[in-house]
Design a protein around this ligand. Structure first.
Ligand SMILES: Nc1ncnc2c1ncn2[C@@H]1O[C@H](COP(=O)(O)OP(=O)(O)OP(=O)(O)O)[C@@H](O)[C@H]1O
Length: 247
């Protein structure tokens, strides 16, 4: 439903007088794969921190017309807004399936968790399919490849019924093949969710972004399609000397 969108209005975050996010207004629709780019220190992570309750902020951030700013982290997660961090935080000693079970909060106790089960809940099955780990469901998370751990973390958000996914540099450290697979995964996820990807990898952005917001010094510098943003002289100026945004 296109009515489920993330709407930020004049979001502002200040650390001891330093304005890290300086009145950001943007709307991300479901089905959009929005990339949030900008030089180091632009305020990208801080903006995600504000939306997910990690730092206090002023202004407004709504999803489905519910205000998210300044709520408790777990409450925001329960409202369907999930995030990943640069380092995947999966339970390494548990299997893929057990990780998803825990995220789903399926009510299975610790002992039953360790036993093999006869059936898998449909939402877990669906998440396994989307993240491409169906065949590795019984594999210990600790032995997964770097990319697979990131995918598992995205799966954990999906089984929590996250409708907004805020992903912080999801392809950092990935091989070219893993990047391609991650992009395709995000396209599948994006069909039903609102996805915001904080990213420095410009090739990845060019391949998979449906829209881009460029932050600079805490403000929105430019917004549009990849082509529009790349052609924007303001963006070229900020990235001057950085060949990565050039067409
Ligand atoms: N807890 C904090 N206290 C003080 N300043 C902070 C804090 N967190 C971030 N900042 C500052 O806010 C600004 C924005 O940082 P932020 O990490 O959001 O940028 P970013 O765009 O995500 O950068 P990068 O691409 O390097 O991750 C930076 O100048 C940073 O030093």
């Amino acid at each position: 439903m296109k009515s489920d969108y993330l709407e930020l209005t004049d979001v502002r975050v200040t650390f001891d007088g330093f304005v890290a996010v300086d009145g950001v207004t943007m709307t991300v629709l479901q089905g959009d794969l929005r990339f949030l780019i900008g030089p180091n220190g632009a305020g990208k992570t801080t903006l995600v921190d504000a939306i997910t309750g990690l730092v206090p902020a002023t202004g407004s951030a709504t999803f489905g017309r519910t205000e998210l700013l300044n709520r408790k982290v777990h409450r925001i997660a329960r409202l369907g807004v999930g995030r990943t961090f640069q380092t995947a935080s999966v339970f390494e000693e548990l299997t893929v399936l057990q990780n998803l079970d825990i995220a789903a909060g399926s009510g299975r106790g610790p002992l039953t968790m360790l036993r093999k089960r006869s059936s898998t809940p449909p939402e877990v099955e669906a998440a396994l399919e989307v993240i491409g780990l169906t065949d590795l469901r019984d594999r210990q998370a600790g032995v997964l490849a770097h990319g697979q751990k990131q995918w598992l973390e995205i799966g954990m958000l999906l089984v929590q019924d996250s409708k907004v996914l805020l992903l912080d540099e999801p392809v950092a450290g990935m091989s070219a093949e893993e990047r391609q697979q991650t992009g395709e995964l995000l396209q599948r996820v994006g069909e039903n969710c609102t996805v915001v990807v904080v990213e420095h990898d410009m090739d990845f952005m060019r391949s998979f972004a449906t829209s881009v917001t460029v932050l600079h010094a805490g403000r929105v510098l430019s917004e549009g399609t990849v082509a529009q943003v790349q052609a924007d002289p303001k963006v070229q100026e900020v990235y001057l000397g950085r060949a990565e945004v050039e067409a």
